[in-house]
Design a binder for this molecule. Structure first.
Ligand SMILES: [Zn+2]
Length: 180
């Protein structure tokens, strides 16, 4: 009998719940808006207090789903991933005082390109494709190339002047031949 009543009450609650979807949505939205600061504070406090737990959970999740996660990260046709990366590069450039005039289309093209060093040093290519600037100037569509993570690290801080100096030395020593 009591179980019956409980079941009936549950059924009624479920019906109300389903019948008032719009109402609940509007109510929740209004609540969130009115308690924005409070909720923000609460979330921040929760994150701070459970930092280790959250990190452990994230690390465990990553370890268990490594391949899937990395495959998704590589899936650059994904607009969300691309948009996020675009924002990240733009934000970093701003932090470092570097001009930014790169188009989203160019970024997409870069991400789908092979490493620019692949033809000459392909066996060392490793990691995701990154956007690298040819000069130390602003990010523009004309100044960026696709480099794998490995070659980007190798090339970081290489200026055209250094490349020219190295090229000259390599020519003099016969390591490279003119026109190569
Ligand atoms: Zn490479």
């Amino acid at each position: 009998m009591i179980a019956d009543k409980k079941a009936q009450a549950n059924e009624r609650a479920k019906k109300w719940y389903q019948g008032h979807k719009e109402y609940r949505r509007a109510y929740n939205k209004k609540y969130r808006e009115e308690h924005k600061d409070q909720l923000k504070k609460f979330k921040k406090r929760y994150r701070d207090e459970h930092k280790d737990q959250i990190n452990a959970h994230n690390n465990k999740h990553y370890a268990e789903h490594k391949d899937e996660i990395n495959a998704r990260r590589r899936e650059t046709g994904n607009v969300n991933t691309l948009g996020r990366e675009y924002s990240r590069i733009k934000c970093k450039a701003k932090q470092r005082g570097i001009g930014f005039n790169l188009s989203l289309e160019k970024l997409k093209e870069i991400k789908l390109s092979p490493c620019a060093f692949a033809e000459i040093d392909g066996e060392n290519c490793a990691g995701i494709i990154t956007v690298d600037r040819l000069t130390n100037g602003a990010y523009t569509d004309n100044d960026v190339i696709a480099l794998c993570h490995y070659h980007n690290t190798m090339k970081s801080n290489m200026t055209p002047q250094i490349v020219e100096a190295l090229y000259k030395i390599y020519l003099e020593r016969g390591i490279l031949k003119r026109g190569v």
